[in-house]
Design a protein around this ligand. Sequence first.
Ligand code: AMP
Length: 531
Amino acid sequence: MADRPTLGIDLGTTYSCVAHLDEYGKPVALQNGMGEYTTPSVVYFEDRDSIVVGKPAKNELHRDSDRVVQHIKRHMGEADFFLEIDGRDFYPQQISSLILKSIVEDALAALDVEQSTNGQLADVVITVPAYFGGAEREATRKAGEQAGLNVLSIINEPTAAAIAYGLLNQGSERTVLVYDLGGGTFDVTVIKVSPAEIRAIATGGDRELGGADWDKKLIDLFLEKFEEQCPEAGDPRTDTDAVGDLILQAEAAKQDLSRRAKYGMSVTANTVRAKFDVTREEFEELTEDLVERTLNYTDLVLDAARDKGVARIDEAILVGGMSRVPIIGTKLAERLRRRFPDLPDPKLQDPDQIVAKGAALFAASKVNEMYGSDEPLAREPGGFLGGALPRIVNITSRGYGVRTFRSQSDTDGYISWHIRPNDPLPAEHKDDYRTLFDNQTAVDVAIYESATDILNDDVAVNKVLTEAELSGLPPNKPAGQPLKVTFSLGDESILRVHAVGPSNRELHIELKVAGEAPAAELAKPLPKIIK
Ligand code: AMP
């Protein structure tokens, strides 16, 4: 067995967390260099060659906000997105890789493990939102590899939460709604949990909805109050450090308002200072529409679960740091009781760490599987987590299909969907094609991924995930040669294509995944991480 540690990593939009299994097989989060269990997913570019990750990077928002990068997860897998810093282009995968490397180095220090100088730092499972598409997943895996990690698997955040929840609260089969509102993303999943199996039933969410949106509303309120109180100060938005400071204060205010009814603010912009209060009531009114959006997604997912024959839920759990905002639990309970009058109140479930802990459990079971060890995951007397993990059955949050033309004069075509949202994984679809021209030796296939969990046949509203050139067809043959193409979506929702031509001859496939950063940029060495 490799002598590197096995870790679960929740790579969050705003905060990340690393966990491992302790000597009793119990999942525990690891402290970073500052003694905290979560690390801001923030990078500060000190100069072209050195960066800082975490709280010190976030604190630079006060004074050098232009060189601070946050919320990079929202851009993972996005074609052509990069940030220019000191004349160099940085891609989301590279920024994420720096965050991963830094938090794993901290975890190794917490475990008192020597860093290997040539091999990989750790065996890891990294979590992603359930509705992440193929390009985002690939970019996350590559970010891990670039950070020097052996990425055992990429798993969905709600599945990881359900693994930890199911194992820590053992019982008979239950249907659980996982409502996960983090710093930058929201997802909601209906999942069946039993000692034998964890099966996702339906999932949905929004990658553009999270704590940062609540913060933004507060920032606008602060700016409004500032302008009202100090009209002579001019536009506070022109003072970039003041705006950076407001980002930090907004988060602090939001968190404080989870415990208190009022928060006292002091804002300095353009050298003028204002003081005012923000109340919890104001905050709740201001962000009502955001909460409503999460509840609408929840309704859609419950409808999708019902269509798949799961009409009842037994419990709801709240995860993600934002679910600490009290009004969120209250509103969710109200909305769920419309359908399930007897449902117990949603439970706040270790919101910052449960995902990383579930990933650590999954990582440990993967390592056991890989090295053929029969050792139970737990060695605590009485068996805290004796034996293997339940079987995990994931679903896809997106649809996958191929652009198809009705006739030769149809120039737009439409998407013919073959794998549908909420289909269990692995999923597979086989399609028969015929060559269109004489002496055709190659065929191009464009595979589309739906933008959301609602399918639309219109080519323009979907995204090409992969363009595959299938070559190696025999030359000098008339049009109409048969070929069979198999699309398979693995456990991790990463798409593979396999094709055979006439006489079952295997075809060569050149796959181009959309959203990949240019190879020449990725090959450049990354800045040094300063601790
Ligand atoms: P996560 O991505 O799960 O780490 O969640 C991070 C988000 O939760 C950030 O937007 C935090 O500001 C927010 N958060 C953390 N603690 C609290 C709290 N006590 N009250 C309100 N929001 C919180």
